[in-house]
Design a protein around this ligand. Structure first.
Ligand SMILES: [Zn+2]
Length: 909
């Protein structure tokens, strides 16, 4: 395997090898002696080294120590510094520093990548993701991993896991002065009101990133966050339009980074996503736009010399610390079952960014019969690149097969040349030159860009200068022609139309006829685009010949090629398949009220133009499309642009007015009926009720729960998918009318103690609920109130079915009222909240009798005095502000103590 680094104007590699004939009928193998102009040769593949990487949470001091140690153990490829030492960043309280690990040789001959974590301190997973990538990269380098070796020797990386160390250590979004570092960049002057003194770059974090970006020409800079999920690139600031002059490049890179995450991540310009737009003074636009939009800058001395591809990477919807969500790197390259949480996603995205910064090509040659194969890999290209091949200076149009890996921007190719057609004679010298141009479209002018100028970024412009060239000067012996094959096979394509992002299916029937077949590969090919899948012959048998194949992510007519791999070559079948834009519903929904407008995120893959999404509501999930609508539904259906228009691989919000519908139904979407459809179940006009709220007195604590939320439509049912997004609070009203709001917490059934689970089943039995396997319930607790007497409980539940879009829907609930009694000093276990306070009643009656008796006696002694006292005692009670609030609180939350009920606002990056 030959590797050579990929950044300079032009690479010319001369491979020379001698080839020895092994006989006419035997398969020939080239014994190649490779002599390179480039210093790197690596012929071993070493297993993944991820097990050594530390996972878990670290404070800023620990992070600095880990990075410093990593640099000292890799003196030839890594260097540690701090922003305070290197850039003169101001001091941060507690002696905190902003650590920087440089990997590479820190020369401008290589592309630069910047990876930033924790602009926001309450998003610690962003810091850990960047840190763990750094450690994983160095460990993998130590283990001889080819990709790590390639990255470390071809690019420079500035790694800054924590640019807001004070915030990280304190768990706050802002820094020690209460300023948000990601609103402190000098692009878009209107932003500046949000930071100290109205002057940008006063936070240590923004100052550091800005100063570093002024020092090195970064191709790619990623800032990691949490709080939503997606990859958002410039533009994000208001008033600058949606698409940048680099949008062709940026959307390609966004797509590749999203694919490498291993999970579904929406991607696009931040302005396309309402809930992350309006990012005034954010990192992204400043590092990209300050070179050519200086009028947007706070001051000209804050202009940067280069334009960088920047993106905000939002790893997941949570904030704060949660180890299972943080994850680990155990399954870094196999995320299909366990994507590794924030660490796995983050590390894969970092690797993809490093590859994109520096495209690369590797080539091996192999002669089989008369067929010469050039097998290789192109990494770091966002799409299949154009290839040109010359044979002794004459252009050749060879057969090229591309296969792409799922996760990283890596594509394998195989070029076959029939040497028997390439000229006469034995032992002739031939020169083969292979040229590849990755992402040559990135420099095209982009119509919708603001402003209307050529691409500006270092990244887009890096491609125009890149060319790969490999040549072979070889001595070659002509081989005999085609080998006869005995095996044969038939292929049946199930559907001529397949949605982009979906999988198609073929039925393959093989007649081996005595030949050995090793496997089957299926490729869809459209121009230079392709995708492939391989099956072993055992898998083919197991699947009964029904094989799925992935489509390419672009609409259009594609060739479908099925290859039967034989011991002595390949036989192929070719057919046609039409790829149509694929469609997906990205957000689930709860029961919704009939009067609501339902908003559902719909994603479209592979559209090459504006695509209307057809939607309809049907009663059954598998109602067939009859040409006019989904039949069997009995509902109206609508087709058209008044509903939704999606452009490209994008996401749009589908709005459905539900006032005409009722009952349980399926919302279905497609771009082409019957081809690429998706559906979700809707429960309209459902009612939500709460279970009784059990109350237990445990020592000095009142414990509430288990409490259940039930949705009634076809029957009682638990809403499983979105419990973690329901806010369930109870209001406890004391005998004196004061009240407290107690938020309840969702606990999964697995997370409960044995006792809690027993209580849950008890409740289900007592309530007569038809629930076999409750996924969990809500619990809460509060210190036991001091005043004895009867307490009243009211409950309030709200939920948002479009978390991330900032849309809250209050569900229709007001049940679960009740009361319970606290007797002085009681700690004797469970007390039902419905129990009538007999003891207090008895106590009050006895006291009343005694008072009456004393009063009577006292009256007889002094009548006038009693009259005065009675008058005072009978004064009307102060009208309860608190009581009124409690009443309102049960019916939708307007009167609740809002400060104790934090709403989950959509978190901006
Ligand atoms: Zn953030």
């Amino acid at each position: 395997m030959v590797r050579f680094p990929g950044r300079s104007l032009q690479f010319i590699l001369i491979l020379s090898f001698r080839f020895a004939s092994m006989g006419w009928t035997k398969r020939m193998v080239l014994a190649a002696v490779l002599m390179l102009s480039s210093p790197i040769i690596n012929m071993t593949i070493v297993e993944d080294a991820s097990a050594q990487v530390i996972s878990g949470y670290h404070d800023s001091f620990e992070m600095a120590a880990l990075l410093s140690d990593a640099a000292s153990s890799h003196p030839s490829i890594a260097w540690y510094s701090t922003a305070q030492e290197l850039l003169g960043t101001r001091d941060i309280p507690g002696g905190r520093v902003i650590p920087i690990l440089f990997v590479g040789n820190r020369t401008d001959e290589r592309p630069w990548v910047m990876l930033i974590g924790s602009h926001h301190g309450d998003e610690p997973d962003s810091a850990e993701a960047v840190l763990s990538f750094a450690l994983h990269l160095l460990d993998s380098y130590d283990a001889g991993d080819p990709m790590a070796l390639r990255i470390v020797t071809s690019i420079n990386i500035a790694i800054l896991p924590v640019v807001n160390p004070y915030g990280l250590d304190m768990g706050t979004r802002v820094d020690e002065n209460g300023d948000d570092p990601n609103r402190d960049y000098p692009f878009q002057p209107s932003s500046i009101s949000s930071v100290s003194d109205g002057i940008p770059l006063t936070t240590a974090g923004a100052f550091t990133v800005h100063s570093l970006a002024a020092m090195y020409p970064f191709s790619i800079a990623l800032s990691f966050h949490t709080g939503s999920q997606g990859i958002f690139y410039t533009w994000g600031a208001p008033g600058v339009g949606t698409e940048t002059p680099d949008d062709i490049c940026f959307s390609d890179v966004g797509r590749v980074l999203s694919a490498s995450s291993g999970v579904h991540m929406i991607h696009g310009p931040a302005n396309d996503f309402t809930y992350v737009s309006e990012l005034e003074g954010a990192f992204d636009d400043h590092l990209y736009g300050s070179t050519f939009l200086p009028n947007m800058l706070y001051s000209m001395d804050m202009q940067l010399p280069w334009s960088t591809f920047t993106a905000t990477v939002e790893l997941h919807n949570n904030k704060g610390r949660d180890p299972p969500v943080l994850g680990n790197l155990d399954h870094l390259w196999d995320p299909s079952t366990d994507d590794g949480g924030a660490l796995g996603r983050g590390a894969r995205i970092c690797y993809a960014a490093c590859e994109l910064a520096s495209p690369w090509m590797e080539v091996e040659t192999d002669l089989s019969g008369s067929i010469l194969y050039l097998n290789g890999t192109v990494t770091g290209a966002a799409s299949v690149p154009p290839v040109e091949l010359t044979w002794d200076g004459t252009p050749v149009d060879p057969e090229i097969r591309w296969t792409s890996a799922d996760l990283l921007p890596e594509m394998d190719f195989s070029i076959s040349i029939d040497t028997s057609t390439m000229g006469e004679g034995n032992c002739n010298d031939h020169e083969i030159i292979l040229e590849v141009w990755p992402d040559e479209g990135w420099n095209d002018l982009h119509d919708g860009a603001f402003p209307s100028i050529a691409p500006q970024s270092v990244l887009a412009n890096s491609r125009s200068a890149l060319m790969f060239r490999t040549g072979t000067g070889q001595t070659m012996t002509q081989q005999p022609g085609q080998v006869e094959h005995n095996a044969s096979f038939e292929v049946r394509l199930y559907d001529e139309y397949v949605g982009a992002g979906d999988t198609g299916q073929v039925l393959i029937d093989i007649d081996l006829n005595g030949e050995n077949v090793s496997g089957v590969s299926i490729s869809t090919v459209m121009g230079v685009w392709s995708s492939s899948v391989n099956y072993t012959i055992e898998e083919v048998e197991k699947l009964g010949g029904v094989l799925s194949f992935p489509t390419i992510m672009s609409e259009g007519a594609a060739k479908l090629i099925v290859d039967l791999q034989l011991e002595n070559g390949v036989i192929s079948w070719e057919g046609n398949v039409t790829i149509v834009p694929g469609v997906r519903i990205l957000r689930n929904t709860l029961v919704v009220n009939r009067d609501d407008v339902l908003r559902v995120l719909v994603g479209v893959d592979g559209a090459q133009r504006t695509v209307p999404v057809i939607w309809g509501i049907s009663r059954t999930q598998d109602a067939p499309w009859d040409g006019a609508g989904w039949s069997g539904g009995g509902y109206p259906w609508i087709v058209g642009p008044d509903v939704i228009i999606s452009r490209g691989n994008g996401v749009s919000v589908l709005e459905v007015d539900l006032s005409d519908y009722g009952g349980a139904a399926y919302l279905r979407v497609c771009t082409y009926p019957g081809v690429s459809e998706d559906s979700i179940e809707l429960h309209l006009e459902g009612e939500i009720e709460l279970s009784r709220i059990p109350v237990f007195v445990e020592g000095d604590t009142l414990e509430f729960g288990p409490c259940l939320v039930m949705a009634f439509y076809d029957g009682p049912e638990i809403l499983t998918p979105v419990f973690d997004r329901i806010e369930y609070t109870i209001t406890l009203t004391a005998p004196d009318g004061t009240w407290t709001v107690i938020p309840l917490e969702w606990k999964s059934a697995e997370g409960m103690t044995v006792e809690e689970r027993e209580r849950l089943y008890e409740l289900i039995v007592e309530e007569g609920l038809n629930i076999d396997e409750p996924p969990g319930a809500f619990f809460g607790s509060i210190g036991k109130p001091d005043d004895p007497g009867e307490y009243r409980i009211t409950a309030d539940v709200s939920g948002s079915f479009l978390y991330g879009l900032g849309k809250e829907v209050d569900m229709e609930i007001t049940d679960g009222k009740g009361s319970f009694e606290v007797s002085q000093g009681s700690d004797k276990g469970p007390e039902e909240h419905h129990s009538f306070p007999w003891k207090i009643l008895l106590f009050v009656l006895v006291m009343a009798v005694i008072i009456l008796l004393i009063s009577y006696l006292s009256y007889r002694a002094n009548g006038r005095k009693f009259q005065q006292e009675k008058g005072r005692a009978g004064r009307p009670e102060t009208p309860g502000r608190s009581r009124e609030n409690v009443e309102r609180g049960t019916s939708g939350g307007t009167g609740r103590d809002e400060s104790s009920l934090p709403r989950r606002a959509p978190p901006p990056p």
